[in-house]
Design a protein around this ligand. Sequence first.
Ligand SMILES: C[S@@+](CC[C@H](N)C(=O)[O-])C[C@H]1O[C@@H](n2cnc3c(N)ncnc32)[C@H](O)[C@@H]1O
Length: 93
Amino acid sequence: MNLERIREGSYSGRDTHLWKSFGRILKHIGYEASWEVVDPFARNCPLAHRWSNDLNPTTSAKFNLDAQDFLEGVPSNVADLVIFDPPFSGTTG
Ligand SMILES: C[S@@+](CC[C@H](N)C(=O)[O-])C[C@H]1O[C@@H](n2cnc3c(N)ncnc32)[C@H](O)[C@@H]1O
């Protein structure tokens, strides 16, 4: 497994997937639309088709489980990309 830490951009709104910096990171890692994306904190991010989750049932996520329970149900070796974008404070989410 390759792990790489990329520092990009600054806060610019609730929908992380709409940030320019998020797009630059996807470009940097060579993201392709055919990738299987697993997103345990997806809110309305459209990148994960089969494996989108958010505790909040008013979001577009397919599952509404606690992230840990959701991840325990995702089969091994299914993901090309896992997005970890949890709430960073008690006032955001
Ligand atoms: C920073 S937002 C995600 C934004 C999203 N990645 C995007 O691109 O717009 C964090 C999300 O985590 C969800 N959340 C908070 N606690 C959670 C938990 N324990 N399990 C799953 N989702 C959780 C919140 O409802 C919120 O939508």
